[in-house]
Design a protein. Sequence first.
Length: 165
Amino acid sequence: MKFFALKKISLALALFVAIIAVSSSASAESLLAYAFRANNWTSATSPVLVPLNAANATALSFTTTAAAKLVKITYNAECGVLGPSESWLSVTILVDGIQAQPNSGTQFALCTATSTGLYTWEGTVRQSLIRVPAKGAHNVTVQVNLNNGATDAWLGDTSIMVEEQ
């Protein structure tokens, strides 16, 4: 009788340890870099790299720990754009000049225009992935484009975060 109870406890403990090991390794990510900016930025130029911090740096440096690491970039912004109906502001995430996935060019609308004279502000997020081929130092940039007749971009209260899987 004691043998079966001990066996059940041992089995339950082994199962618990296995679940903890699998769940902790499946989603482990490391924060490599981050930046934020709490002031407003506007531009009528397209394409243009946007400032990522209060010093107006347009690149954020990070270092990967091994070759072929999967990197996740999350860009968050309060966004507005002026232009006719069906125009938009697109965001492209670039790592060392290479577009991260989804590789959608100017088709990823961060926000859309509702007027040619008044902004409609939206809180928006773009999350991208890229497998970085080499270990070491890298740069991420965020490029915006005015599309389909959009005339002016406005971004405020932005943040960017780079994580490694």
